[in-house]
Design a protein around this ligand. Sequence first.
Ligand code: PBG
Length: 342
Amino acid sequence: MTEQKRFSVRNDHILHSGIFNSTLRDWQGLKCEITPKNFMYPIFIIEDEDAVQPIDSMPGISRFGINALKAHLEPIINNGLQSVLLFGVVSDLPKNDGATNADSSQNPVIKALPKLKSWFPNLTIACDVCLCPYTSHGHCGVFRNDGTVDNTASIERISEIALNYAKAGADIIAPSDMMDGRIGAIKTKLINNGLGNKVAVLSYTAKFASNFYGPFRDAAKSKPAFGDRKCYQLPSTSSGLALRAADRDVAEGADMLMVKPVMIYMDILKEIKQRHPEYPMFVYQVSGEYSMIYQAASKGLFDLKLGLMEILGSLRRAGADVIISYYTPQILNWLQQPKSKL
Ligand code: PBG
């Protein structure tokens, strides 16, 4: 008893001896290291090939036409960018119930893929697959006449779009629609068309119906014309559904899993990583999180670099392998700079 007491007192005193210089501090968190491989950069691609359109709701972020995107990406790739996540945004192409322009020959992502592949052969390209940027109603599925979501028709259309992105050169298909059974439908379609082992599927597994997507919906022009997405995105308080979604997506053949948003869902991140440790775990630091951090830092509440590095290290600590962040170019820049010994 006395021995135990002596040790517990000692333990209270020995913590600082493990962290007195920056090398020792690094050793305490080696699994949380931040390298260029840990990032995927989301990009909005528009029809006008030479245009750059700054997005009001996301200061510092723009939509790019493919030619403008080439110039934007070159220095970021030189700084170590490994992968991008593409979103198409249309304003001239018509939107309709079948989302026909999600994968028509005029779709900006379909047009961009071969060009990006030829300019940047080592860049891994993921494509978000969803109907909402291309449907007249702005919802993520196909509707029946009675106004309810037709799940079977939705996953058929979504897997068709996925196949067309894969044929155009996508390395990763990332379905964000949240329809039931879409991972299995996409995998089957890819396998049946000879692309089963050339294209990976990154599932938006635990995608919550969130208030933090607001700035994105401006950026992607994908606001629902009526109602909300609560019948297909996860309720924010439900961890049970998130875990069931992870088990289901794994069973249906997902290659990688994602939690989105992340800062207020780190419990889910940790649980899914512990439940499926053999899967690369992605997290999406979404538009609302981006803008919130940006606004706080620009008001001087904290230093952007220091605050963001703390957040990124914490995401790694909680189990994130890859972080999808609009801050990626900035982060890769910082990673190039010599590390200051604090
Ligand atoms: C499309 C989609 C959304 C996001 C990614 N894919 C919006 C939504 O579901 O309403 C959000 C990304 C972000 O906020 O940065 N379904």
